[in-house]
Design a protein around this ligand. Structure first.
Ligand code: SF4
Length: 482
């Protein structure tokens, strides 16, 4: 094939060692005053998001409310934290944020940058995997909305260390099955685990460290979770981000995990808060300072957080015949890569998508397989990469646009749109006709190229245009049923 491979999609966030170092050093070494200020502002924003009573009271009597909730925030700063109109008016007069609030914003931004440090650039990874991941991320911009997609980590790997989840949330966005089995840290399992991590490191490079050890599972359901984490850190150089809905079932474990985590560098974890009662208990157990590096995901029904319509939520809405809000967040999936279940010794190649009849859990499954040993796994992953991740259009591939895209001709080309994004393809030889040929969906790349050669466009030009579309994620690569 003579197709020219295009540069990959633009990078949104670059991995940057200096930035990483700066983040670690700056935000791990907060003095007492900074720690108090950031963590109390953080807790204020959490209360505000979760609790309608707090929202009401703070608007009526801000000073008394923060005192009642034991938040140490000066009166002059409180209004900046909740009154959007006030903030707008201050900004229109060029009045800067109070110093403490600016510091909180800087902390949050640095945390986000750190968390996303390898989202768009995976140094030392397999270039086929990187290119495939870039195409999936590009698809997400138009399929699930750019602003929502930008918040998805697209982690290259996740590991389930149990079968199912004991929490059983009625809204579970990935329909976690009932908890039924544990991958325990036996000598044999531990050895396999370490070897699996080595295999993944080879494919994903250091970005494997942004992977995590849960999915449709709660990490703390595995009593040996901490030992797996310790190996993960030793091999992949990072503490895996933990999200648990059970901080109050295992407060001592959580404390010791946070301590270990902090001793190894910068990392961030999350508690899923299922009710206001749980929030109160968490706040009684953990001070604002304790949770400086723990985000609270407010899943309680009173929360202002937009809840995703995927998995069990999506099934519920569908059953109730409720019109689904097309603008609602449509997936909670955040892995574009390999999803392992270590109990089953299985691995799937997945990527987030809008939840629908075909993919109710908000992610596509491109491939799947089982392994017994690390060598099996190597063979399996190489097979997946070879089959699923071509670097460029394959000549024998039947070409069509994704089913969610609307095609329209332009004078000098064509455009493809979803309600979130329009992509225009113009200024290429016979590009309008090329769009029409793909729209028909009945020809392979080689056939299309041959037809356009007869019209005077050489093969290199046509492959270039096709790869342009390929890399923008508009060509259909959806796995077929079965
Ligand atoms: S949302 Fe999380 S904690 Fe709840 S059932 Fe699903 S995986 Fe388990």
């Amino acid at each position: 094939m003579t197709a020219k491979t295009l540069p990959l999609a633009p990078k949104l966030v670059q991995s940057d060692d200096a930035l990483e170092q700066e983040t670690i050093e700056r935000w791990m070494k907060l003095d007492e005053q900074e720690l108090m200020s950031i963590s109390h502002i953080k807790r204020f924003t959490e209360y505000y998001e979760a609790d309608p009573e707090f929202r009401k009271n703070v608007a009526i009597a801000p000073e008394q409310t923060v005192a009642q909730y034991n938040l140490k925030i000066p009166l002059a700063e409180i209004r900046w934290l909740w009154d959007a109109e006030f903030v707008k008016s201050q900004q229109s007069q060029d009045i800067p944020f109070p110093i403490a609030l600016q510091r909180f914003i800087d902390y949050e931004e640095a945390r986000e940058r750190y968390f996303f440090r390898w989202r768009n650039n995976m140094p030392d990874s397999d270039p086929r995997f990187q290119a495939w991941r870039d195409r999936q991320i590009a698809r997400g911009d138009s399929e699930i909305r750019k602003s929502h997609n930008a918040q998805i980590l697209h982690a290259p790997v996740a590991f389930e260390l149990t079968k199912g989840c004991s929490v059983g949330c009625s809204f579970c966005g990935i329909s976690a099955p009932r908890f039924s089995d544990i991958f325990t840290y036996t000598a044999e399992n531990a050895q396999l685990w370490r070897e699996v991590l080595e295999v993944i490191k080879e494919i994903c490079g250091p970005a494997a460290g942004t992977g995590f050890c849960y999915w449709a599972t709660d990490p703390l359901d595995n009593p040996d979770y901490e030992q797996f984490v310790s190996d993960f850190h030793a091999i992949l150089g990072a503490i895996p981000q933990m999200t648990t809905a059970q901080p109050m079932k295992y407060p001592a474990r959580v404390r010791s995990l946070l301590k270990f985590s902090d001793s190894q560098g910068f990392s961030y974890h999350r508690f899923s808060i299922l009710s206001l009662k749980i929030l109160q208990n968490v706040y009684a157990e953990f001070s604002p300072e304790d949770l400086i590096r723990v985000g609270l995901v407010m899943q309680n029904k009173e929360s202002l957080m937009n809840k995703a319509v995927a998995g069990r939520s999506w099934e519920k809405q569908k059953k109730a015949g409720e019109a689904s809000d097309e603008l609602a967040q449509s997936t909670i999936a955040c892995v574009t890569g390999f999803l392992f279940n270590m109990v089953e010794r299985s691995v799937k190649l997945i990527s987030p998508c809008k939840a629908d009849d075909r993919w109710p859990n908000g992610y596509r499954v491109y491939d799947r397989g089982n392994f017994e040993t690390a060598n099996d796994l190597k063979v399996l992953l190489e097979r997946m990469i070879t089959q699923q991740m071509p670097l460029e259009i394959r000549a024998e591939e039947n070409l069509r646009f994704r089913r969610d895209l609307k095609h329209e001709n332009l004078d000098d080309g064509f455009k493809l749109s979803t309600r979130f994004l329009t992509l225009k393809f113009r200024h290429r030889p016979l590009i309008k006709e090329l769009g029409e040929a793909i729209l028909k969906g009945d020809k392979t790349a080689a056939e299309i190229v041959a037809n356009f050669e007869k019209l005077g466009v050489n093969a290199t030009e046509t492959y270039y245009s096709l790869n342009l579309m390929f890399n923008r994620g508009v060509l259909d690569d959806e796995p077929q049923p079965g």
